[in-house]
Design a binder for this molecule. Structure first.
Ligand SMILES: C[S@@+](CC[C@H](N)C(=O)[O-])C[C@H]1O[C@@H](n2cnc3c(N)ncnc32)[C@H](O)[C@@H]1O
Length: 420
């Protein structure tokens, strides 16, 4: 019989190897069956351990640094990182963590000779030194441009928010107050419901009835800004998995939701079915598709997702920014195409879950130069701080906002009006 907790730890190390060695994102590893041999509770534990290790990796490396004469091979390094995080963040019992780490390395045909070193290093870890170490830093490739755009202090605040992870935010189909009461949450200033320390999502009150869906509070703002009206013809141009489609459908607008991914569109259909909402779905490339003009369009463009690192700590470690310019160019083409689909007087909300101005402020400044028939309208919505408005008229949301109550995803949102 294997030691208790060994299977999920082994699986977590495999996930870390995939992210840090192959540049794969965790969801990509999960769909390839990386955890298929584990039972549901082991699976959940493996995922949690991998995410937590990625979140705190920079600090774990600082802790390990003085005890390592040279950089260990990746798998051994990941066993050490995972063990340090279990000891220092989870407060796990040292004997269990150290024994598991040694067993994992001993069983490894290639690296078994490192088991003595792993044992010796982990026994030297002083958990009381953990809190004195700096907040975990983002990798340089991302930190450098963010510091240039926001300044060091702000980036440090964002990093603190990334390390803390994210609470569960729900978008209510109806009134947020009774939902908050039913799920033991609180109503946020913009109307989302936040639940701290939520367990299994599908076990929360109202899930089966489709009374709400999971959506970060920041991600819920773009559809509110578009303010679709009953009877309006509205396009959700990059719809999957459908969080914003449901918000639009809730208004009684006539919603057409399109996405290029057939697989992801299945999620939109399932989400609409669970919540009893309705929209016309099409799997198409938005850039090659047109229909009769729309009153309003929501363009939640594909982006680097750098605003979502609280929930996706794998992202900065799996990526290196090399493919980012391709996304910036795609966003520009999507804005132009969206404008060509809009009735005169119609409105386009452009948004990205990114922290990079190239995918936000700069896209809108450039769109204003390319199109002389558009204006940017001010965004006024209850719960938003006027200081979040940007010079070109958009809204910059940052992970360090609402820090005391759990933060929010980084987002950029702009409301464009096509002149009559
Ligand atoms: C940021 S996600 C959208 C999230 C969604 N709006 C929500 O709130 O749940 C971006 C989406 O753009 C889709 N996408 C990427 N390129 C596309 C294209 N050329 N045409 C249509 N959809 C595209 C992706 O499949 C992805 O689902």
């Amino acid at each position: 019989m294997s030691q208790p907790g060994l299977n999920p730890r082994r699986a977590a190390v495999r996930l870390l190897d995939g992210v840090l060695g192959k540049g794969a994102l965790l969801p990509e590893l999960l769909v390839t069956g990386a955890l298929d041999k584990l039972d549901p509770s082991e699976k959940a534990r493996a995922q949690r351990l991998a995410m937590e290790t990625l979140r705190w990796m920079d600090r774990a490396d600082r802790m390990l640094g003085p005890f390592l004469q040279r950089k260990p091979e990746l798998t051994v390094h990941n066993v050490l990182r995972l063990s340090v995080v279990e000891l220092c963040v989870d407060g796990a019992a040292a004997h269990g963590v150290v024994n598991s780490a040694v067993s994992m390395v001993k069983a490894d045909k290639v690296h078994h000779r490192a088991s003595g070193m792993v044992n010796a290093v982990l026994r030297k870890i002083d958990v009381t030194a953990w809190d004195k170490l700096p907040e975990p830093r983002l990798p340089k490739w991302l930190r450098k441009p963010l510091v240039a755009d926001y300044g060091k202090k702000t980036v440090e605040a964002m990093e603190a928010s990334f390390a803390n992870g994210a609470p569960l935010d729900l978008t209510p189909k109806g009134d947020p107050a009774p939902l908050a009461k039913a799920v033991g949450g609180t109503v946020l200033p913009t109307g989302s419901v936040r639940v701290l320390g939520a367990g299994q999502v599908s076990a929360l009150a109202g899930y089966e009835a489709g009374d709400w869906w999971v959506q970060d509070a920041a991600a819920a703002i773009p559809a509110k800004v578009l303010n679709a009206q009953a009877g309006e013809r509205v396009l959700d141009m990059c719809a999957a998995p459908g969080g914003k489609t449901m918000q639009l459908a809730m208004t009684g607008a006539d919603v057409v939701a399109i996405d290029v991914s057939k697989k992801r569109m299945v999620r939109v259909r399932e989400n609409l079915e669970r919540t009893g909402l309705d929209a016309t779905l099409r799997v198409v490339d938005a850039l090659e598709w047109r229909e009769a003009l729309f009153d309003a369009i929501l363009l939640d463009a594909p982006c680097t997702a750098t605003g979502t690192i609280r929930r996706h700590p794998d992202l900065p470690h799996a990526k290196d920014g090399a493919d980012f310019p391709t996304l910036f160019a795609l966003q520009e083409r999507m804005i132009d195409h969206a404008l060509s689909q809009l009735k005169p007087g119609g409105r386009l909300v452009f948004c990205t879950c990114s922290l990079l101005p190239d995918e936000g402020e700069i896209q809108i400044e450039d769109a204003l130069k390319r199109h002389d028939d558009i204006t940017v309208e001010p965004i006024t919505l209850a719960g938003l701080d006027p200081a979040w408005t940007t010079p070109e008229g958009g809204l910059r949301l940052r992970p360090d906002y609402w820090a005391d109550t759990g933060g929010m995803d980084g987002f950029y949102i702009a409301m464009i009006r096509k002149t009559v």
